[in-house]
Design a protein around this ligand. Structure first.
Ligand code: ZN
Length: 247
């Protein structure tokens, strides 16, 4: 039994747990970098949990549609959960206190197979019903640690700059896989992302949140150079959009 990870492009990932449960993180499946995003979205008929790091549309993505169709449970912080329900119409029964948390707390999900913790991220967070609608505040943004029993411990940084408290992640968690934003402009770029890796010391690093739009200029090549400069031992794995890997 293995854990499978699929990158959908941008900050969106699908995790298949060793027992076959399907978890999505920031599921913007139809982002412009994922050519077969529409087909993938249509084929998602079973989803157990949808994790969100913050409310921006490039992270909420197709969450409401997937939630309505599959009955998936929303896992986010308290403020974002409320905004998802009241502003975007996420089914309230699928976003209860059982799966809603906040910074520092740990949630036990799917009968303990999944443990999740929200950790800080330096960014913003609002939800919006459409591009021209008024933004509605959605609490503070987060990063996310997802630990699978019989599987890896994954840290999704969310959208963030580098900050020194990332070192606290390491104090509590041995991270197997760090999904790290490198795109620059709206988040840290390659050099600051490499410093973040230095603080967290994961076994494997997977870059994300780059290349989706022209302004996201950070590249895996630039990131690799910055990692080498710092002689970091973490293994860089650059994923291809839509192709699952075993963890
Ligand atoms: Zn973003």
């Amino acid at each position: 039994m293995e854990t499978q990870l699929t990158w959908y492009g941008h900050a969106a990932f699908k995790i298949k747990t060793p027992s076959g449960r399907i978890l999505l993180i920031d599921p913007w499946v139809t982002n412009p970098a994922f050519e077969s995003g529409k087909d993938e979205l249509a084929s998602l008929d079973r989803v157990d949990l949808i994790f969100l790091t913050h409310g921006h549309s490039d992270h909420v993505g197709n969450a409401v549609e997937i939630g309505k169709r599959t009955g998936a449970t929303l896992v986010s912080n308290f403020d974002l959960s409320a905004a998802m329900i009241t502003v975007l119409g996420y089914p309230e029964a699928q976003a209860s206190n059982e799966t809603t948390g906040h910074l520092g707390g740990e949630l036990s999900l799917l009968d303990g197979e999944v443990r999740a913790q929200f950790v800080p991220a330096w960014h913003g967070s609002f939800v919006q019903r459409g591009e021209d609608a008024t933004p509605v505040y959605a609490g503070c943004p987060t990063g996310l640690i997802v630990a699978l029993s019989n599987g890896p411990r994954i840290y999704h940084t969310g959208d963030t700059d580098l900050f020194s408290d990332m070192a606290l992640v390491k104090r509590f968690h041995k991270i197997d896989v760090m999904l790290v934003c490198i795109g620059d402009h709206f988040t840290m770029g390659p050099a600051r992302a490499a410093e973040a890796v230095k603080l967290v010391t994961p076994k494997t690093i997977i870059p994300m949140h780059y290349g989706t739009f022209p302004v996201l200029t950070g590249t895996p090549e630039g990131f690799e150079r910055e990692l080498k400069k710092r002689k970091l031992k973490s293994e860089l794995r650059v994923m291809k959009i839509g192709e699952p890997i075993a963890l």
